[in-house]
Write a protein of this length. Sequence first.
Length: 231
Amino acid sequence: MPNIREIFLSIQGEGPYIGHRQLFIRFCGCNLECNYCDTDFSVKDCQVEYLSGSGKFEYLRNPIEERILLEIIGKFKNYHSISLTGGEPLLACDFLLNLLPKINSKIYLETNGTLPASLKKAIGLVDIISMDIKLPSSTGLKSYYAEHYEFIDIALKNKKEIFAKAVVSNKIAPSEMDYLKQLSQKIPLIIQPITTKDKSLVLSKEKLFRISEKIPSARVIPQTHNYMDIL
């Protein structure tokens, strides 16, 4: 059983589904360690917020049993879909294979797109795939281009809705722009300016418009939940 960081109702603040009410289940742990990651996974207890925006949480001991998680999910109503986020939800693939068939809701998978073998196992259980592109200039890590392409191919072959969100910093390299342009020819692409206190990484207007000119099919959408001051 995986550890879960929090469960809460909120409004999607990223990508093409921005503004939709969603139930978020944030899984602990990730297979990457991106420089800009702002999520603390060190907590021992799961925070469950039953009233959207209330700021009042109940704390449950991790790991949460499947039976308990299903009971919690059943208490929430009137949302577009369940967002599995993290961290990296596909690290809990075996748990999801048992859990998701018991949920009668649309499943929105937020993933870093680096675990194609796990996606292949779970592909029949998800409806929408939001794939974060991890550019080395933003993450400080190596590229995962081969994994991304394999991931996308699995989704497309199974006729799943998939789009990519590329977190972009001012240090984006020309070769990375070329990669994003190629990617935009396969699936919809969202350019997401990096949210950081490091001013050297903040995407300049000049660089933003250069990217937009090179990849005209891409949409530029920042993290709006930061502006709304919501989870």
